[in-house]
Ligand binder design. Sequence first.
Ligand code: PSU
Ligand code: MN
Length: 310
Amino acid sequence: MHSDLSRSWLVHSAPVAAAQAAGRPLVALESTIIAHGMPYPQNVQTARAVEAEIRALGAEPATIAVIGGRIRIGLADDELELLGRSGQAAKVSRRDLPALLAGGGLGATTVAGTMICAALAGIEVFVTGGIGGVHRGAPETFDISADLQELAKTSVAVVCAGAKSVLDIALTLEYLETHGVPVLSCEQDNFAAFYTRDSGHRADYRLDAPADQARFIRTKWDLGLAGGVVLSTPVPAADAMAREEIDGITAQALAEAKTQGIGGKALTPFLLDRIKALTGGRSLATNIALVRHNAQVGARLALALAQAPR
Ligand code: PSU
Ligand code: MN
């Protein structure tokens, strides 16, 4: 259990507080995808569309960010706009949270950062686009997203369209296995690949029905097995990109990053932006479509978890 002291850093929006008081299911959303994952104004439009998908299914969205030295659970429209437009928000993972809270700056939370905040707020389901993972060349660079360590220890279910395809998917799955993070899939047997549907790697368990997903997740936590669960779902077929196209473009973006010496927290935003430019914006349309679809899957899971007794 978290202390009252840690919860004193949280500020809930009125709609989120009302939903929580009424026992309505909540779905957490991250803000790095808004501030660093997509260009303005599509980022803010997408953030609003994703919230609307969740509300339409009867759950309440809680977009999470750090504003004014507090962890904000649920954002107003003008706050989404601030995060998306200003270019001022820091990318906030586990290591950065104390700096942003102590310093009072504007922070956009990553998958890892959002999982921490969602767990503090008692939210069990979190929707993102694609999780971070083991970068290609990680045996040399050591670049492994903090998202994976967070999944190892923080008990939140993360709904995604797989791991971002710029990563080494096989090593990402190995890492999750080592740390005991179950990888569930719905709608197909294989782990999804972000811009494309099929990573070529099987997920651990295929569970299509939200009730079955909820039972699995509740059982894990009932057993005292702390840590996250990944629920992968593929981008809708009509919005998916062709594998051959995205593979070549990814290779080019990775080569440019290497030449320009881009690494650390700047790497993922750089790659997403270059891939968008090299696909003439089509990768952005795919990214938006997959996040919206993930939101539907996440909302259904949150509703099912609310029915699954603790
Ligand atoms: N999903 C998207 N776009 C994004 C991200 C996820 O569709 O920009 C973000 C998430 O916040 C994730 C981060 O935590 O990318 C991974 O960054 P890194 O590889 O530096 O850990
Ligand atoms: Mn990294």
